[in-house]
Design a protein around this ligand. Sequence first.
Ligand SMILES: O=C(O)C(=O)C[C@]1(C(=O)O)C=C[C@@H](O)C=C1
Length: 146
Amino acid sequence: MDENCSTEPCANVWGMSDDSENGDWRSTTIDAAQAEHNPKVAAAVERITQLRQSIDNIDGAAIALLAERFKATAQVGQLKAEAGFAPADYQREDYQIQRLHRIAEDAGLDPDIAEMYREFVVTETKKRHARIAAAGGDPQVLDVFA
Ligand SMILES: O=C(O)C(=O)C[C@]1(C(=O)O)C=C[C@@H](O)C=C1
């Protein structure tokens, strides 16, 4: 990292024109035209473009996996409603918290991120379980089945 970047905006050390000229260096829209006369900027633009392709692939896979997860939990919600079980199972959640914490650490991911993910999906799942139970166990009550 350029030593100028620790305290100052990085964008213009490469001679790029960006939002920093308007006083907002926190936002930079990558524009290939800026790279034309600056090889360092050109290399950065090329690499960012490659990385964005990976990011888009990862986002697509994450959404597909989430869809599968919610399809599975909708079935759990139906089974729980039919058996008279409550939406939440805190013993299961404790197990999931510990397990995802371990997996995150092994993967080099901040466990807080794993916990934010878990909290989000489990909270949404419990809301959907409650809606299925209120509809007498019919998962079709969900706007989208998954
Ligand atoms: O495993 C269950 O019992 C579920 O209902 C699924 C799930 C989850 O989303 O993973 C949701 C709610 C429970 O509190 C625990 C786990």
